[in-house]
Design a protein around this ligand. Structure first.
Ligand code: BGC
Length: 709
């Protein structure tokens, strides 16, 4: 294993990196500068994206590789938890650790640029790629983006904040225009990108869609907002084939075209940059100083991450996808995957304390294809980019899907290993043989029934779903299977692996004692699930999105309209349910524990001169098990501010031993206290009375206190 390089604190400052970049780029000809900005093209690049190398002065071909949850495509890498699970942990430190181990793997394989994290929103539950990102709340997404990027870049790898911006569904992603007013854009969709810039992100990827009528990759938002307002110092690359032309985009801030060839169907088609950009400069359509700035920004990010110092040679070769000679970079990262997998399991319901399971539960049935593995999962031809759903679901499909390592732990294996030899197990994996499911369920004391729901990127269609989900029902006969098992066994536990919310027509069945939501847990799926089912880990995962009673309850749906008006404005996710007084089935932030927590009285101090508010309270573990609580802070703005009823503005994961208490402190600064003022084009703190609510979910508020600014 190659030793790790410096951590973030030792990374160069942007100023230092830019000084070094100026010295290098000043020696380059126009053609050399353009080369740095231009992809080699599919069929010519050894990585998912590779830039053209430059010699004398020397600058290497940069290797850009997917994706947000690990390296893809590549052999001998870790298939970790999806972004949506990272968010469900509400655990800053664990999200940072995830970024660090991903960064290590990219560094050791010689990948300069990781194409992640994904930071789009689960604006509608059907959105095909919502699982790659961090859910429906800007604050949560902002924290998760910040920590992920900090972790990746601490290992000397450039992170990519993607997709800029408002690429929140797959339907017509190349044609649709996401139409968003200025305030909503700032307070919701830009928020995680602002946090990415705070983390010093090296690259941003502009998206396929249009924004308010203009293609995202030609949009002057790239310069005006991203650079001037947020202070972004790195380079902007296109999504693959998202470039449309040669002149507008560089003039509006685009720095790099990927993958290079302009026509996806022709590997030899020229780039919109390359010779065309050289000509545009010669014809006076693009100034040479613009091209100098573009090259400078790319070279600066490279220097900032210290990639000039013994960066490993890239060992990626997508032109020859064989495992031969592939270095193994997995180290012990599976431990982290298991820990984060367990930390992101959400217990939605748990009646009669059926969970955690105990030694006395010695006759268990495990039912449903989602509990099992299947050779098809490992078949990179028949299940390319994970575009298949024959067995347990550990990630969605598309460019962000990691190839399977040599193993995955399906739930059945994880549970049986933890239960030990004295427990009798009966299983069936045929979701359509309901008679068999009934027989197996009847013959056991506890029946654990599994089902899933999948989605992904639009270039693959699975079971008629072209990226976005066609509906929110379970796949593979899941609802009938659950109903059958529940009819047959009075101790039914339902486990759902899903990319996002589903409908639960069986939720009130009296025999369903628990609903467990492990999301998309990656390769250690069965182990992390067993850790929670048996109480080795006390669950603390929380929903990063709202689960509604009806599909129509959501603020937005994935649509085939080409003009998508974000008419819910600030009321994305739970804010909509609050504003419209709709009762969700399971609210944002919900998740149960095997212990109980008492919330002590909330003390709030405000300092309007410093634009600072501090809140503090004690959390007491009054139950029998040690465990962690996710303490959530929601802010209600003065009514005149025109904000949703409440918005998440803080959370802390606090571990409290049984019978003990811990103090939790929050600090709100100008960032958390402001709204975007369109007239002055600035962030302002509204005057008046605010309220702070602290609670265990967005609908389980335990303490409220007010302050005036
Ligand atoms: C996706 C990006 C990805 C790129 C390269 C595109 O289809 O939208 O997220 O990084 O492909 O594979």
């Amino acid at each position: 294993m190659i030793g790790l390089i410096e951590t973030t604190s030792e990374l160069r400052s942007w100023e230092e990196a830019q000084r070094l970049a100026t010295a290098l780029v000043n020696q380059m000809s126009l053609e050399q500068k353009v080369n740095i900005t231009t992809g080699l093209g599919v069929g010519h690049a050894r990585c998912v994206g590779s830039t053209s190398p430059v010699t004398n002065p020397d600058f290497p071909s940069l290797c850009l590789q997917n994706g947000p949850l690990g390296m893809a495509p590549a052999f001998n890498v870790t298939l970790g938890v999806a972004g949506i699970n990272a968010a469900a942990s509400f655990d800053r430190k664990a999200i940072l650790d995830r970024g660090i181990y991903m960064g290590q793997e990219f560094y050791e394989k010689g990948v300069h640029v990781q194409l992640g994290p994904a930071m789009n929103f689960m604006r509608s539950p059907e959105g095909g790629r919502g699982w790659e990102s961090f859910g429906e709340d800007p604050y949560l997404s902002g924290v998760a983006s910040y920590e992920t990027i900090t972790g990746i870049q601490s290992q000397g790898v450039i992170a990519t904040a993607k997709h800029f911006i408002a690429n929140d569904q797959e339907k017509n992603r190349n044609e649709e225009s996401s139409n968003i007013d200025d305030r909503t854009m700032h307070e919701i969709y830009l928020w995680p990108f602002a946090r990415a810039v705070d983390a010093g992100v090296g690259s941003v990827m502009c998206s396929y869609n249009k924004v308010n009528g203009t293609s995202a990759c030609e949009n002057d938002m790239m310069n005006r907002v991203l650079r001037d307002q947020l202070g972004f110092q790195g380079f902007i690359q296109t999504d693959w084939w998202a470039a449309m032309e040669t002149i507008q985009s560089p003039n509006n801030g685009l720095d790099m075209v990927m993958p290079g060839n302009r026509d996806p169907k022709d590997n030899f088609s020229p780039s919109y940059f390359g010779q065309d950009l050289v000509n545009a400069v010669k014809n006076g359509k693009v100034s040479e100083s613009t091209v100098t700035d573009m090259a400078h920004r790319i070279v600066s990010a490279w220097y900032k991450m210290g990639q000039d110092k013994n960066f490993p040679n890239s060992s990626i070769n997508v032109l020859d996808m064989t495992p031969l000679g592939s270095i193994n970079v997995e180290a012990d990262h599976k431990t982290k995957v298991r820990e984060l997998g367990a930390a992101s399991v959400v217990i939605l319901s748990n009646q009669d304390d059926i969970l955690p399971l105990s030694e006395s539960n010695n006759n268990i049935s495990i039912i449903g294809s989602d509990a099992f593995s299947d050779p098809l999962l490992f078949n990179v031809l028949k299940c390319a980019n994970f575009g298949c759903d024959p067995a347990t679901l550990v990630q969605g499909w598309g460019s962000g899907a990691v190839m399977f390592p040599s193993y995955i732990v399906p739930p059945v294996d994880g549970i049986q290993a933890r239960a030990g030899k004295n427990v009798k197990f009966q299983t069936t994996h045929d979701n359509w043989n309901l008679d068999e499911a009934k027989k197996v369920a009847q013959a056991s004391d506890i029946a654990i029934v599994f089902a899933n729901s999948d989605s992904g990127e639009e270039y693959i269609t699975v079971d008629g779903n072209a990226g976005d989900r066609n509906n929110l029902t379970l796949w593979n006969n899941g609802d009938n299977l659950i109903q059958t098992v529940a009819d047959a066994n009075k101790n039914t536990i339902v486990v759902i692996h899903s990319v996002g919310p589903i409908l639960m027509p069986w939720i009130n069945h009296p025999n369903i004692k628990a609903v467990v939501w492990p999301g998309l847990p990656g390769q250690e799926s069965g182990n992390s699930l067993a850790d929670v089912l048996y109480g080795d880990v006390n669950p603390s995962g929380r929903l990063p999105y709202t689960i509604a009673k009806n599909q129509e309850d959501y603020a937005a749906a994935a649509t085939s309209d080409l003009e998508i008006d974000y008419s819910e404005k600030l009321n994305i996710g739970y804010r909509w349910f609050d504003a419209k007084n709709i009762e969700p089935l399971f609210p944002f932030g919900h998740g149960l524990s095997y212990t109980k927590f008492d919330y002590g009285s909330l003390k709030v101090k405000s300092n309007s001169k410093k634009n600072q508010v501090n809140a503090q309270l004690d959390i007491q573990n009054t139950g029998e098990a040690d465990g962690a609580e996710i303490v959530q802070l929601y802010l209600s703005f003065p009514e005149s501010a025109g904000e949703p009823p409440k918005v998440l503005r803080g959370f802390e994961k606090v571990f409290v031993k049984s019978g003990h208490k811990e103090t939790v402190c929050f600090e709100l600064t100008k960032t958390e206290l402001s709204i975007w003022d369109v007239a002055s084009q600035s962030w302002v703190i509204p005057h008046g009375q605010f309220q702070i609510h602290v609670g265990a979910s967005s609908r389980d508020l335990r303490q409220t206190s007010s302050f005036t600014l």
